[in-house]
Design a protein around this ligand. Sequence first.
Ligand SMILES: [Zn+2]
Length: 228
Amino acid sequence: MKKYIFLLIFAFSLIACNNDKKEAVPVKETVVVKRFKEIFVHSADEAIAELKAGNKRFLSDSLINIDHLEQIELTKHGHQPHTVVLSCMDSRVPPEIIMDQGIGNLFVIRNAGNLEDHNVLGSMEYAVEHSVKLIMVMGHSHCGAVTGAVNEIKMGHLTQLVEQITPVITEGASKAHTINETAKSSIFNTIKDITDRSIIIRGKLNDKKIKIVGAFYDIETGEVLFLE
Ligand SMILES: [Zn+2]
């Protein structure tokens, strides 16, 4: 019996030791920690500057938001994303990577063709009430959804999805040369839909609390072009 009591005490002391160890580990003041503090942005213009700088780092192969374990440690009790990005689901267009943003910096909504609907609007409205200063709608070159719309594809629910792009397709133009231009027009159309349909977002824009921008990602060069 004494042997079992001794083992129990030993086991409890081990658990206590482990808990003490966990609580005693401080967050290290590393480059990543400093970086995380630096990118706490206060305005839409600062958010745009941060995203442009991030894309430059991506293009020059000098990413700095790469220590994901550190970022998990920093964000485990909360996050303050500065931008909500609506982008295409295309596997070549991952917003966090192409604009060198770490865990906790972006809300990201993705679907084929970066299109707006009720769920997207609801997500954006949550984002702007949470912390976001910037809404970014990002399309890209050689987009499959836009190509599907130009080619009038019919397939299950995809039919309805691509029809949302149809209004911006230039009538009579050569299909081969209009994919990217159509994608850019669709970005502006999506921005118009968002601002027309969301009272919450329109209110924040009118009060100059947030901005909304379009962007176009070139999958051949890796460059994010901010659209005027
Ligand atoms: Zn796409």
